[in-house]
Design a protein around this ligand. Structure first.
Ligand code: SAH
Length: 250
């Protein structure tokens, strides 16, 4: 992979071989990176392709470039990890979005569970724009070929029902699980192509939630005898899954 700067853009910003950048990318290209016409960047339109673009005209509000090469991005993991992360206070949810994106999570679902401290309907909508920017920056910096999605928040019970309906392979790291490790859960049955992970809030999941999850076929797993912070647990579980299923190889 080259070290050219990467930018996710909307598909309509590419017309034929002409690419038009608007703000805030113009600011980034001209003022932050101080790039000049003739220099190259990589542009992604979320299709799985990436385009090497040579910068041409640059003014204060618009930068134009020309596609000089089109190639398939090869950094998306084969295993599709969806992280149902209970809403967290302060910057912790943002940490999960950023690090999860670097690791290769394809979809984040804000989960509202019994012991969530934050969780009014507005909470996510007020932060969506900021969260999407965090995900985009992390995706650009880490060389992702597609932007992870941030779904609408769901209540715990609905998440359980949705996962059951879709027949998804789902695990729930729960500190009350004393027998089964995440590794063992992954080794049960055939190798899954997609895995959903449910991680609790600061105060954890309740016993009742763990029972409900099990009734819906979600496997409760242990991440070991040490209690991880909620924001650590989601990242660690994502990394273990991608590693065990062979998605952390060159
Ligand atoms: N209930 C705890 C801490 C919750 S940790 C307390 O306050 O004492 C937050 C979340 O991280 C949990 O809901 C769980 O999903 C996950 N988690 C943290 N450490 C874990 C471990 N050792 N095994 C399984 N899950 C863990």
């Amino acid at each position: 992979m080259s070290s050219l700067h990467r930018f996710f853009i909307k598909p309509e910003q590419i017309e034929g071989s002409l690419v038009t950048f608007g703000q805030p990318q113009v600011h980034q290209i001209r003022n932050v990176l101080r790039m000049r016409p003739g220099e190259k960047v990589i542009v992604l339109d979320n299709s799985g392709w990436e385009y090497v673009v040579e910068l041409r005209e640059m003014d204060r509000d618009e930068v134009k470039g020309e596609v000089v090469e089109k190639r398939l991005n090869s950094s998306e993991p084969r295993t599709k990890v969806t992280l149902y992360q209970a809403l967290l206070k302060g910057e912790h949810f943002e940490f999960v979005l950023q690090k999860g994106t670097e690791l290769g999570v394809v979809s984040f679902v804000p989960l509202i569970s019994e012991r969530c401290i934050v969780g009014d309907v507005d909470y996510v909508e007020k932060r969506r724009e900021r969260w999407e920017r965090i995900v985009a920056e992390a995706a650009e910096q880490s060389g992702r070929g597609k932007l992870p999605r941030i779904e609408e928040p769901v209540l715990f019970a609905k998440a359980c029902r949705d996962l059951k309906l879709r027949g998804s392979f789902a695990v729930m790291p729960w500190e009350g699980e004393k027998k089964l490790s995440l590794k063992e859960a992954l080794e049960r049955g055939s190798k899954p192509f997609s895995v959903s992970i449910l991680v609790g809030p600061e105060g954890g999941f309740s016993e009742r939630e763990a029972e409900m999850a099990r009734r819906y076929g979600i496997i409760t797993v242990s991440l070991g005898p040490r209690i991880l912070r909620a924001e650590t647990a989601g990242i660690v579980a994502s990394a273990i899954i991608l590693y065990e299923l062979g998605d952390m190889r060159p």
